[in-house]
Design a protein. Structure first.
Length: 556
């Protein structure tokens, strides 16, 4: 082939993406079995988008997006699954004696020769992203065959009787493989939740990825009973109870990753709806540096954590990353010299060196009861998963006034609205102001995909949002969509914050029953950065988009 004598390193040097010295350094330091392209990506010297564009331009190898290109299912039988995974390849089209194959590394001539000898066809490589090929291998080699096999089993006589027996006794039952593969796919796509929605004639499987729900599969209606039964058995729920909601949890190992699944069932008119929250134990503990704080807010937050006593609250709606911020704060404080205790419902991630208590309302272990008992255990730092009622709020407030650092979460829309919310709960205003050290309000926004990010000149309407906040803007950024982000233009999420530090002047305003407008004017005069402003600054940097900021943060 005409590409045979050209090496990837030489091509990237010619294109000006890396220097010869960088290539030589990577070659000398990479693992023996690791390919140069993977090593360059790992060390962030090039992006996957740049690699694909260079090979496409320099070698004339076409790029294929498998999620948009039709794949001939019959060709899958030509290449065994093990070979496809080993070489990271997928056959997708045949023309005469030519077999078109998507490859993560189209310059892997060993793989090309292996494919040619195994299939008997002339191999014509196309380049695709590694993630694109992995997802396609899962879809065509695992998910679709399982669905066909499951459908065949369902069509046999007495499906219900056989199905429950096979779930219990046969680990290779098609329904078990189907459920495992749905969860494995969710983990691969970095989904936080899996929704199994029953409809009149079908079941929709939807994944929440980066906070947005996307329909992944439409399954036949006759899958429903077996699917629900399998998930219930995994979580040790009652499979005969279909009229009442149930909750459970199970720890599983998927793709060599330890995962905690929180399973919730709810009866609907078309059957039981299942929602599974996926908690990847490998991504449990974050650092404060990874939370996306800007410099000013990060300093404020770290100063709040350094105080020996007082109450620090993290606020925001469900799914805004409050627990991650709490855990990052605890992680920063965790050492042998302090006694840290938490009471949570549920305990999402287990942290070494911290005493964590699980709420159990069935035996009377509520937040309030647990917190009251924990204060007799000589704690320095107490974390309450959520302040839900007056009793918990009062105990937390009094704990912070008696020399403990108390951290907790509350469901409010902004940092300022947290103070009246606590007073509405029945806590005396003087207790609220004396106990509170600071409040962090946050939301999660989707990150612009780094692989397909591009700059554009903002419209007049977009520019107005920045001018109103005194921010100069020349360009904004958006993702045009690529295989890395599944054509969404976004990949991953980050937080936007506002941090309210409670000082003596603010305490006076609250105790004198000043209106919220006066309190807001005071914090604005002290240069507090509000949620929208933090979001706009991150949109200016190209981390997110204006559209995302306005989706999650209301402008006052």
């Amino acid at each position: 082939m005409r590409t045979k004598h050209r090496r990837l390193g030489d091509i990237l040097v010619e294109a000006g993406l890396v220097t010869k010295e960088q290539v030589e350094h990577v070659v000398s330091t990479k693992k023996r079995s690791q390919k140069l392209g993977d090593a360059l990506l790992e060390q962030r010297l090039v992006t996957e988008k740049e690699l694909i564009e260079v090979l496409e331009f320099q070698l004339g190898i076409p790029h294929v997006a498998l999620n948009r290109h039709p794949v001939d299912g019959q060709l899958i039988n030509l290449v065994p699954k093990e070979m496809a995974k080993r070489h990271m390849v997928l056959p997708f089209q045949k023309e005469g004696d030519k077999l078109k194959v998507a490859m993560a590394d189209p310059m892997d001539f060993v793989a090309i020769d292996d494919l040619r000898m195994h299939t008997g066809f002339t191999i014509e490589p196309s380049i695709a992203s590694k993630k694109d090929i992995q997802q396609s291998i899962y879809k065509y080699y695992e998910l679709e065959p399982s669905m066909k096999e499951f459908a065949v089993e369902e069509s046999e006589e007495e499906p219900v009787a056989r199905e429950s027996q096979s779930i219990d006794e046969d680990d290779d039952a098609p329904v078990i493989r189907l459920v495992n593969q749905l969860f494995a796919s969710a983990l691969q796509k970095e989904a936080s939740d899996v929704h199994v929605d029953p409809h009149e004639t079908k079941i929709l499987v939807r994944y929440r990825i980066d906070g947005i729900l996307r329909t992944e599969q439409a399954l036949p209606k006759h899958f429903q009973n077996a699917l629900v039964a399998r998930v219930k058995i995994m979580a040790n729920l009652n499979i005969t109870e279909t009229r009442l909601p149930q909750d459970g949890r199970v720890k599983v190992s998927l793709d060599k990753k330890k995962v905690d699944l929180r399973i919730s069932t709810l009866p609907t008119v078309f059957g039981e709806k299942i929602v599974v929250r996926i908690l990847d134990m490998n991504q449990a503990i974050t650092r404060i540096d990874d939370l996306g704080f800007n410099i000013v807010n990060k300093d404020h937050f770290e100063n709040l954590l350094k105080k020996p006593s007082g109450m620090v609250l993290i606020t925001g709606p469900t799914g805004s990353g409050k627990t991650s911020t709490l855990y990052a704060g605890l992680n920063a404080l965790n050492d042998d010299q302090v006694n840290i205790m938490t009471i949570e419902d549920p305990v999402e991630y287990q942290m070494e060196g911290i005493n964590q208590v699980q709420v159990n309302t069935k035996v009377g272990l509520t937040f309030a009861a647990g917190l009251r008992s924990m204060l007799r255990q000589d704690p320095n730092i107490v974390m309450v998963g959520e302040i839900r009622d007056r009793e918990t709020a009062e105990i937390a407030v009094r704990a912070s006034l008696t020399g403990h650092l108390v951290m907790s979460t509350l469901h409010t829309n902004s940092a300022l609205s947290t103070i009246p919310r606590l007073i509405d709960m029945g806590v005396e205003p003087f207790l609220v102001t004396n106990s509170l050290s600071g409040i962090v309000a946050q939301r999660l926004v989707r990150r612009v995909c780094s692989e397909c990010s591009e700059a554009y000149e903002p419209t007049e309407q977009e520019r107005t949002w920045f001018v109103k906040r005194g921010i100069d803007i020349d360009y904004l950024y958006k993702g045009k969509g690529c295989s890395s982000c599944n054509d969404m233009g976004y990949r991953g999420r980050m937080a936007i914050h506002e941090v309210l530090v409670i000082d003596d002047e603010l305490r006076k305003l609250v105790l004198n029953n000043q209106p919220m407008t006066a309190i807001k004017e005071y914090v604005m005069a002290n240069d507090m950065i509000f949620l929208v402003e933090d979001g706009l600054l991150k949109a200016k940097k190209g981390d997110t988009t204006l559209e995302e900021v306005l989706r999650v943060a209301l402008d006052d």
